[in-house]
Design a protein around this ligand. Structure first.
Ligand SMILES: NC(=O)c1ccc[n+]([C@@H]2O[C@H](COP(=O)([O-])OP(=O)(O)OC[C@H]3O[C@@H](n4cnc5c(N)ncnc54)[C@H](O)[C@@H]3O)[C@@H](O)[C@H]2O)c1
Length: 255
């Protein structure tokens, strides 16, 4: 059987890097796309160090030409595309909704929501032509409940969830499954940056999770790789919460 081809948009760090390594472990050739060349090349080196095959393509997922180029490279180098994680996102600065500028709102939307749409727009035809496959768009628990001072990000992630459900219906009979994974806090560079700037938020952030800790990137990546695999062959339009118990935790009783 020909090996499958996987793509990670935003594969240069954190969850994206762990997902690229997870796809490679499953035997897939992995296209790693990222705006950060250094991070993307490091992920490629790690994939190759495990004996896997991969390719790095510099791309900004809010730019249509970049996304088209990534898809063209997957076809040219590996002959198709079967599994995708659209993982990159950009949050806006932490601010009350009335203080957010139009530029801050637009930039967050351009990457986090419009970027996911652009990615699917250009990935779907190649996945279909390759015989079908699966896409996982990485959303967030912020997309299913309110997230004070992150109105743009929360709205964008909520959009990613419903966009994914909609596209899942459009492609259900065409051999392509589309799901989302909704992480809670992840022990990644983005989270480290936030907690460095706001150390007073560390304990509250950890305690928001019933498990009292953040996810390791691999714990989110495992859910993404599973949903992309044939083991999830009857799952589409699903929104898988992987949050260490944020969504089920009650604030009334502190355990
Ligand atoms: N970190 C968290 O606590 C957390 C919580 C919930 C959801 N998420 C979501 O999980 C996903 C991964 O988060 P993470 O913390 O592992 O990320 P990260 O910050 O560690 O890495 C994100 C990667 O995406 C790349 N990237 C950023 N903008 C890009 C663009 N326009 N085009 C291409 N690549 C781009 C970055 O260079 C980086 O390599 C994101 O969608 C994020 O919103 C994260």
């Amino acid at each position: 059987m020909k090996p499958k081809v996987a793509l990670v948009m935003g594969g240069g760090a954190g969850t994206g890097r762990a997902t690229a390594l997870g796809f490679a472990e499953e035997g897939a050739s992995v296209v790693i796309a990222d705006v950060n060349e250094e991070g993307g090349r490091e992920t490629l080196a790690q994939v190759q160090a495990t004996g896997g095959h991969g390719l790095f393509v510099r791309a900004d997922m809010s730019e249509a030409a970049d996304v088209q180029n990534v898809v063209a490279q997957a076809l040219q180098v590996f002959g198709g595309l079967h599994m995708v994680s659209n993982n990159a996102a950009l949050s806006a600065p932490n601010k009350p909704v009335t203080d957010l500028s139009e530029d801050e709102w637009d930039r967050c939307m351009a990457v986090t929501l419009r970027g996911v749409w652009l990615c699917m727009k250009y990935q779907l035809p190649l996945i279909e032509a390759s015989g079908g496959g699966a896409i996982v768009n990485v959303a967030s628990v912020s997309g299913i409940r309110g997230e004070a001072f992150q109105s743009a990000y929360a709205a964008a992630k909520g959009g990613v969830i419903n966009l994914s459900k909609t596209v899942a219906v459009e492609y259900a009979k065409r051999g392509i499954r589309i799901n989302t994974v909704c992480p809670g806090g992840i022990n990644s560079g983005g989270m480290a940056f936030y907690l460095e700037k706001m150390p007073e938020m560390r304990d509250r952030t950890l305690n928001a999770h019933a498990m009292g800790r953040l996810a390791e990137p691999r714990e989110i990546a495992d859910a993404v790789v599973y949903l992309c695999s044939d083991r999830a062959s009857f799952i589409t339009g699903h929104d898988l919460v992987v949050d260490g118990g944020i969504m089920v935790r009650s604030n009334v009783i502190d355990l």
